[in-house]
Design a protein around this ligand. Structure first.
Ligand code: MRU
Length: 302
């Protein structure tokens, strides 16, 4: 896999031989983004099965790496149940590409061409293994300009989204996360599109820390705020956002010099979300998300 910690300076590739290698890569964000984490974990089970390892123990190890992205548990459960985990992982990879393309089409129809769109974190191909979620929607919508939140503290926006938009030839500027309010107040943002790590049954959405701030500001300025995520990110068993486990990472990622807290995700209440785009279409409030899960099951049955 491409080691995302080295981007954009270097395209360095990692070789994983077993589930422990994959777990290590997920833990240190060499691979990150909810759908890509799920996909990597499925391949981790396939690697473990090939070497005759304990796949149940491998699944526990992988599941413990990152608690918020529900795609991880989703993919692991299905990889464990599959007669051939490698065939499942490969089916999931191609399903992801199809889902991302469908999502991009549904989402782009919501955004007039030539818009200025703001996004947070990285939701491109790097984050899904396919064509991206929110970033796929944004690119498909042919925006005039993209505002890329740098996404402190690990700079998934400033390093990864910028790298992907440059390769796609889309005009963009990286901005400090704290710029969103002033950009909106100046009339420089027409729409916000972000991804998700877990969407509760009522539509409350966990995504990279800082997303809630952007959503609150978008509501203040009457700017549409869209979430784009595959149905595997929807967790009907979590009723509301306050039940979503939030990963807290090492304070050292924030500062090595002083005490710090490092919540990796926050929850945006459903009432701030104009629409949720998934591979099956566009969902509007009040959100009722159980049917979305069924659509996804149909797509990934190997
Ligand atoms: O900590 P990360 O980089 O894994 O966080 C990623 C995000 O928050 C993304 O917005 C989300 O996973 C959606 S990716 C298509």
């Amino acid at each position: 896999m491409l080691d995302q910690t080295a981007l954009p300076a270097e395209e360095r590739w990692l070789r994983c031989e077993c589930a422990a290698d994959v777990a290590d890569a997920i833990r240190r964000l060499a691979v990150r983004g909810a759908p890509a984490i799920g996909l990597a974990a499925a391949y981790g089970i396939a690697l473990e099965a090939r070497r005759g390892g304990d796949v149940e123990a491998a699944a526990d190890l992988l599941a413990a790496t990152r608690p918020t992205a529900v795609n991880l548990r989703w993919a692991l459960d299905r990889a464990l149940a599959a007669a051939d985990p490698l065939a499942f992982a490969e089916a999931l990879a191609s399903a992801q590409l199809e889902q991302d393309r469908a999502m991009a089409r549904h989402g782009a129809a919501l955004i007039p061409p030539g818009s200025s769109v703001l996004t947070h974190c990285n939701t491109g191909a790097l984050a899904t293994g396919g064509a991206g979620t929110a970033l796929g929607v944004i690119v498909e919508s042919r925006p005039a300009h993209v505002w890329v939140d740098e996404t402190r503290p690990l700079l998934q926006g400033g390093r990864l989204t910028a790298w992907e938009l440059e390769r796609a030839g889309v005009p963009f500027a990286v901005v400090p996360d704290a710029s969103a309010g002033t950009l909106m107040a100046r009339g420089l943002v027409d729409a916000v599109v972000v991804g998700a790590d877990r969407i509760a049954a009522n539509g409350d959405t966990a995504n990279k820390i800082g997303t809630y701030t952007v959503a609150a500001l978008a509501a203040r300025h009457a700017i549409p705020f869209y979430v784009a995520a595959p149905a595997s990110t929807i967790d009907p068993s979590t009723p509301r956002g306050d039940a979503i486990p939030i990963e807290e990472r090492s304070p050292d990622e924030v500062t090595g010099a002083f005490p710090a807290r490092n919540f990796a995700f926050d929850v945006t209440p459903a009432e701030l979300i104009t629409a949720i785009v998934y591979e099956g279409g566009v969902l509007r409030p009040p959100y009722s998300l159980e049917g979305a899960e069924v659509a996804h099951e149909d797509l990934v049955r190997p």
